[in-house]
Design a protein around this ligand. Structure first.
Ligand code: CTP
Ligand code: CA
Length: 226
């Protein structure tokens, strides 16, 4: 662990981080999911623990090692992540929502294995709860809500809209060009947008470096006496 972070304002703070994809069951052997690797969320968890925060990592299905001094809770579906997160809403100082939560789930998963039948199959999908929006809605003014916005077009505009709609203190725009940034890669190019909607464009960084830059921005949001 780094010893130079003794003076981080995150020292002793309770930080909850969601990471990875979620899986939404179609039947007992199939699911809907996405390409999230969880690396960004895990890098944030590691970096927050290095700053002396008390970190709880709510992880969807990923194949990653738990960072040192991080308490990890494994979940599968968005609903499970929501239920686990809600337990922590009241006590956390900072909530970082890095998970790629599935927006929809199959409405009524089949029990057992769905048999192949006919040329078409329709599934009815139902909207999942928005974990981050729910946290923001019920948080106290001293609690900090940090989100991500994965965008393929109109990045800044959409990220600012999400920041306002979800009442976030900070949002990290993750522009997905299918190559250098985003899912399943080692690097990330983030743009940090604060509550005054000024954007700081970070260079292409390793995910650990991007995590540190994000947490530097979070440290500045923490009130000295809170
Ligand atoms: N998020 C969440 N729960 C959901 C959906 C999203 O907590 N059910 C969080 C994500 O972790 C992220 C932020 O909300 O921090 C924005 O997620 P994103 O998928 O970019 O935006 P959405 O609001 O889901 O809108 P859309 O996918 O339509 O762009
Ligand atoms: Ca979404």
């Amino acid at each position: 662990l780094k010893s130079c972070n003794k003076h981080s304002s995150l020292q002793g703070k309770s930080v909850v981080i969601t990471a990875g994809p979620t899986r939404e069951k179609i039947d007992d052997v199939r699911f809907i999911s996405n390409y999230s690797s969880g690396k960004m969320g895990f890098a944030i968890a590691r970096a927050a623990a290095e700053r002396g925060a008390k970190v709880t990592l709510l992880a969807g299905p990923v194949s990653l090692i738990t960072p040192p001094l991080v308490e990890r809770v494994d979940v599968e579906s968005a609903k499970e992540m929501y239920d686990a997160a809600r337990q922590l809403f009241e006590t956390c100082d900072v909530f970082v929502s890095a998970a790629a939560v599935a927006d929809y789930r199959p409405d009524s998963p089949f029990q057992g294995k769905l048999k192949k039948n006919g040329e078409e199959l329709s599934l009815t999908l139902r909207k999942n709860p928005d974990i981050l929006a729910e946290f923001s809605k019920q948080k106290s003014p001293s609690q900090i809500a940090v989100g991500f916005a994965l965008e393929c077009e109109d990045g800044l505009k959409n990220a600012i809209k999400k920041r306002i709609e979800k009442k976030l203190d900070l949002i990290a725009l993750n522009f997905y060009d299918g190559k250098s940034s985003g899912f399943e890669v080692e690097t990330n190019m983030l743009t940090l947008i604060g509550s005054d909607d000024t954007a700081t464009v970070l260079p292409l960084l390793s995910k650990p470096d991007a995590a540190n830059r994000l947490l530097e921005a979070v440290e500045k949001l923490i009130q000295p006496d809170s």
